[in-house]
Design a protein around this ligand. Structure first.
Ligand SMILES: CCCCCCCCCCC/C=C/C(=O)SCCNC(=O)CCNC(=O)[C@H](O)C(C)(C)COP(=O)(O)OP(=O)(O)OC[C@H]1O[C@@H](n2cnc3c(N)ncnc32)[C@H](O)[C@@H]1OP(=O)(O)O
Ligand code: FAD
Length: 645
């Protein structure tokens, strides 16, 4: 900040905790912090990675520019001999949806997780050196959620020792796979395996799509892009593809691991939610401290909008959620690593829980984050609607996360199946463990009474946990009892699916709250850091309690009076967080390049930069617009004539 006026300096001076230490907590470790910081600056200082023109480029120019950036990123990765960790950070800070996301994020993991040793030895070195570019081709025009309903077939021909991959209908065309449309040379294609005329369910196959010499589709394959998507710029940097037909390659398949790539990616999407959410919150918080409206007396300064309680009540729970999702993401990564190690030892016992947790938390965090980005836009008033605020594009890029990698409702129904199975086994030999361990105390949870008598009682983590556990246990048992009244369980499941989804949401919220509380039990150094995190944890939990008061009251987990006390406590927590708000978003350590927002600038110098940015719009290239002579002038002349008549 040398030589630059920091308009947010007063705000930064108010902080009551050690921001540098908080940066380490946010990053996960000093090592990750230092690495991220270095790579973020490297990207920000490279003109090829500029992104302020995305909203005004045509689709073709936008796409070509993305190819240029991806090639440049790869060049820098090789030149600087970046490690896998550094390379993935570099792609993260380049911040542009591209075919590389699918190559590294799904194609490589699918081969690592599902291919045989021999197949891995053949394909992984090529993929690591980007001598082939891959994508994940599962979804079809007719089926996405229902994976067992996919129509593409893979028929084994013993004579040629090949698989014939066939899309027999229009609806069996692979539709949506990122990178497939224009770039990928290979794909992991999901198809129904047929041998000797017998079907064996859906399996993954590595298929070559395009020639490695001239990039033309191989014979029998028709490929293209599926067309423009939501938002200008935004996800349109990605080629989402359609293919039909094709012949060849090889089978993989340990049966139980067919869905493994989805578990992996859902886990990464939870961590990614904390990034997108924190980014939107950083913009809205800084701008709320800069923006002033009303409240001036005797010509004095007006009130910073961040000081309005309504602004705090909308903004601070989002700030708290960003931290909450960060920590639950860390835990989920641990869970995923653990289940992977067990699977390698043929221990499948924790797979159902890993599936339920990744599916449920992917759903919870992405739904919340997409809504929160839109809320941040509104928190920034009119200027939030400008592309230069960074928020419209962030929303447009982020919102499909509620759909891809599993529609969020479909995923919650998977959690519900897991919960109902857990409830049905209560009282049997099989004791609930892990995230459902609380169900083991179901008898207590069905009748316990919340002890809160005054607002401060809500600061006790055990009180919060028990209220959340009682709410979830009671909702789950209630819906399980209703299910039991149906002669046909599947019919009952369909009929009660809205209740089941609500119980799943409650269960997932409980996981997030409990993992935040567990995080606070760790040794966290730095003046005031743990105290601030404690406040954020309470805000996250009490805000959910407030928003879902109906659940807590209807299950009798708390009384109306206790609900009202929770709200009083929330207001008090907002006042305590207020002086720390700017420092809490500084702890995300985002560069102005990554934020991509005039409103969220580190120095808070919003107005001159907004003005400057507006003049850069191509519409301002000429004072009189193109089209004046054809369309405006004749109109004005006609009006003149009419007025004379
Ligand atoms: C840091 C960089 C990261 C970059 C990441 C990339 C960025 C992302 C870019 C966007 C890319 C997007 C990609 C995609 O969208 S790929 C396509 C994803 N598609 C889906 O997610 C489809 C959703 N549908 C499903 O997952 C399943 O079909 C469904 C879960 C709905 C199950 O359907 P169904 O009821 O028919 O069940 P099955 O018969 O198939 O299965 C029965 C049993 O299997 C259990 N199960 C299901 N899924 C899993 C799983 N993933 N893991 C483990 N177990 C699973 C299920 O619970 C049943 O078990 P039980 O019999 O015991 O009840
Ligand atoms: C940006 C983007 C990128 C993508 N990238 C890829 C990719 O790289 N590779 C790939 O293979 N796919 C990809 N997809 C596809 C994606 O995975 C699917 O769109 C997603 O899984 C949802 O499936 P669907 O489209 O069939 O939705 P549908 O299942 O048709 O959903 C439509 C509606 O029906 C509801 N619904 C469906 N089933 C049920 C049920 N059983 N009970 C209650 N409600 C139900 C849903 O909640 C939803 O409201 C991508 C999609 C997007 C948007």
């Amino acid at each position: 900040m040398d030589g630059v006026v920091d308009h947010l300096a007063d705000e930064r001076n108010k902080a009551q905790f050690d921001v540098e230490e908080m940066k380490i907590v946010w990053a996960g470790s000093r090592h990750v912090f230092e690495l991220s910081d270095r790579i973020a600056r490297l990207v920000a200082s490279d003109p090829v990675f500029r992104k302020d023109n995305r909203a005004t480029l045509s689709r073709k120019d936008l796409f070509k520019n993305t190819l240029r950036k991806a090639a440049h990123a790869w060049k820098r990765i090789i030149e600087l001999r970046l490690s896998e960790e550094e390379a993935s950070k570099l792609r993260f800070y380049v911040d542009e949806a591209a075919f590389t996301d699918l190559h590294w994020g799904m194609f490589v993991p699918a081969i690592k997780g599902q291919a045989t040793e021999e197949q891995q030895q053949k394909w992984l070195p090529l993929a690591y050196k980007m001598q082939i570019i891959g994508c994940y081709a599962q979804t079809e025009l007719g089926h996405g959620s229902n994976v067992q309903g996919l129509e593409t077939t893979a028929t084994f021909d013993p004579q040629t020792d090949e698989f014939d991959i066939h899309s027999p209908t229009l609806t069996s065309s692979k539709w949506w796979p990122g990178g497939l449309g224009k770039v990928s040379t290979h794909a992991v294609v999901y198809a129904r395996l047929i041998t000797d005329g017998q079907e064996h369910g859906v399996h993954g196959f590595i298929v070559q799509l395009r020639s490695l010499d001239d990039h033309l589709p191989l014979p029998g394959i028709t490929i293209g892009d599926i067309g423009m998507k939501f938002g200008n710029g935004a996800y349109n940097t990605m080629d989402n593809g359609v293919t039909r037909n094709g012949k060849c390659v090889r089978s993989n398949v340990p049966r139980q691991l067919i869905y493994g790539t989805m578990v992996f990616v859902r886990q990464t999407i939870v961590s990614d939610a904390s990034c997108a959410l924190s980014r939107a919150v950083c913009i809205a918080t800084r701008y709320s401290a800069v923006r002033r409206q009303f409240g001036s007396q005797n010509g004095g300064v007006e009130t910073q909008v961040i000081d309005y309680k309504t602004q705090q009540n909308r903004l601070f729970p989002l700030l708290a959620a960003a931290y909450a999702f960060r920590f639950v993401g860390e835990w989920l990564k641990w869970l995923y690593t653990d289940v992977t190690q067990r699977l390698q030892a043929n221990d499948f016992s924790t797979l159902p829980e890993a599936h339920a947790c990744t599916a449920g938390l992917k759903s919870l965090t992405t739904t919340f984050t997409a809504d929160a980005i839109e809320e941040c836009r509104k928190l920034c008033g009119g200027h939030g609607y400008l592309c230069s605020s960074g928020l419209p594009e962030l929303f447009a890029v982020y919102v499909p996360a509620c759909t891809y990698e599993g529609d969020n409702v479909v995923l919650l129904l998977q959690v519900a199946r897991f919960l109902m199975k857990t409830v049905s086994q209560l009282g049997s030999e099989k004791k609930p463990v892990g995230t459902t361990a609380y169900m083991g105390r179901v008898e207590h949870l069905m009748q316990c009474r919340c002890s809160v008598q005054k607002a401060e009682d809500w600061l006790n983590p055990n009180t919060i946990l028990e209220a959340f556990e009682a709410r979830t246990a009671r909702m789950s048992v209630a819906v399980a009892q209703k299910l039991a009244q149906f002669a046909n369980p599947e019919e009952g499941f369909l009929e009660l699916s809205p209740n089941l989804v609500e119980a799943s949401v409650a269960h997932c919220q409980l996981i997030v709250v409990s993992k935040f509380i567990e995080k606070l039990q760790q040794d966290i150094p730095g003046k005031g850091v743990k105290e601030l995190l404690g406040m954020l944890c309470n805000i996250y939990a009490l805000n959910i309690l407030h928003k879902h008061l109906g659940d807590f009251l209807s299950t009798g987990s708390i009384t109306p009076k206790q609900g009202s006390l929770a709200n009083d406590q929330l207001r008090s927590l907002y006042s305590q967080v207020r002086p720390n708000a700017i420092a809490l978003v500084d702890a995300f350590n985002y560069t102005d390049h990554y934020l991509g927002s005039v409103l969220g600038r580190y120095d808070g110098n919003v107005y001159p930069k907004l003005y400057e940015e507006a003049w850069k719009d191509p519409l301002n290239d000429s004072v009189v617009p193109d089209g004046y002579h054809e369309y405006i002038r004749p109109l004005l002349k006609n009006q003149l004539r009419n007025a004379r008549l």
